[in-house]
Design a protein around this ligand. Structure first.
Ligand code: GDP
Ligand code: K
Ligand code: MG
Length: 295
């Protein structure tokens, strides 16, 4: 290892749907965090680790900051807040199409000493670059940001400049993770998240938020990895929606999830999905814990 090796933590925070998880995947170069057009896609703090010969950056992807209605929502906010303190740098991400500074979110950074960068994402959607300047000017007035980075996480635009800047902010120090590690999630967590992502894409309104996925057990049968998973919902009507006409919906979700898990884990898998109703699980601490939301 080089004597001037650098390592540190960088968190990615911002409102739901601005593209935090998409950026994490772009930086790591592999899907480790699920993404979707729906808020509350990310429920747990997820680490993404990027290691080169010169540095190790540990990125912390967080649930978006929003106004909580459920005990789960409150947990998500707490996770976002606790991911700001003690970081070597913080990326505060906004959506380039959404416009100007909001004071509310800036309050989060009061009293923290880490440099905070404004990352303006989705610039691929802008018709004119003038919008970027307007956003920067409005944010300059509410917080002393360490820098401004217009990017497109989807198209991987300008991310290399951001990384270059962040390297300079890392302290000299040993790596904390093996160079082969890219996330702190287990294979079970990854699998349940991929299944949940497919549910998010196929359902509307309250259903996506009422869903948790539990991997019940797995078994190696010859060269096929057999995975038994349960999709938990809050109501019978939601269960019917998920199963769909003649089981069509569940089949579709299962096929998409299987293909993706296959690719990520690089093994053949056989995915067996069940749907179970657990009333009001989002408000029950014991359920939250058993579904993996205890942070
Ligand atoms: P998060 O809630 O902040 O983690 O946001 P996600 O990463 O889940 O992304 C929310 C939505 O925005 C998804 O539909 C993404 O595909 C989309 N998205 C993310 N980054 C970009 C981008 O740079 N450009 C465009 N056009 N869409 C993006
Ligand atoms: K999202
Ligand atoms: Mg996310």
């Amino acid at each position: 290892m080089k004597t001037n090796f650098r390592s540190g933590f960088i968190s990615i925070v911002g409102r739901p749907n601005v593209g935090k998880s998409t950026l994490l995947n772009a930086i790591i170069g592999q899907k480790i965090a699920i993404t979707s057009p729906k808020p509350q896609t990310t429920r747990n703090r997820i680490l993404g680790i990027k290691t080169t010969e010169d540095y190790q950056m540990v990125f912390v992807d967080t649930p978006g900051i929003h106004k909580p209605k459920h005990e789960l929502g409150r947990l998500l906010d707490q996770t976002a807040q606790s991911s700001i303190e003690g970081m070597d740098a913080v990326l505060f991400m906004v959506d380039a199409e959404k416009g100007l500074a909001e004071d509310h979110v800036i309050k989060l950074f009061q009293g923290i000493s880490s440099p905070v960068y404004l990352v303006i994402n989705k610039v691929d959607l802008l018709k004119s670059k003038i919008q970027i300047d307007k956003i920067i000017i409005s944010y300059m007035n509410v917080y002393p940001f360490a820098g401004f980075f217009p990017i497109s996480a989807k198209d991987h635009t300008n991310i290399d400049h951001l990384i270059e800047e962040l390297v300079g902010r890392l302290p000299v120090g040993y790596p904390l993770f093996e160079s082969s590690e890219i996330t702190d999630q287990s294979d079970f967590q990854l699998m349940s998240e991929i299944i949940r992502e497919k549910v998010l894409y196929h359902t509307q309104e309250e259903v996506p938020h009422a869903v948790a996925v539990v991997i019940e057990h797995t078994e190696m049968i010859e060269d096929v990895y057999e995975v038994h998973a349960t999709i938990v919902v809050e109501r019978n009507t939601q269960k019917q929606i998920l199963i769909g006409k003649g089981g069509d919906m569940l089949k579709q979700i299962g096929t998409e999830a299987r293909k993706e898990i296959n690719k990520i884990l690089n093994t053949r898998i056989h995915l067996i999905l069940w749907v179970k109703v657990k009333k009001d699980w989002r408000n029950r601490p014991s359920d939250l814990k058993s579904f993996g939301y205890d942070n």
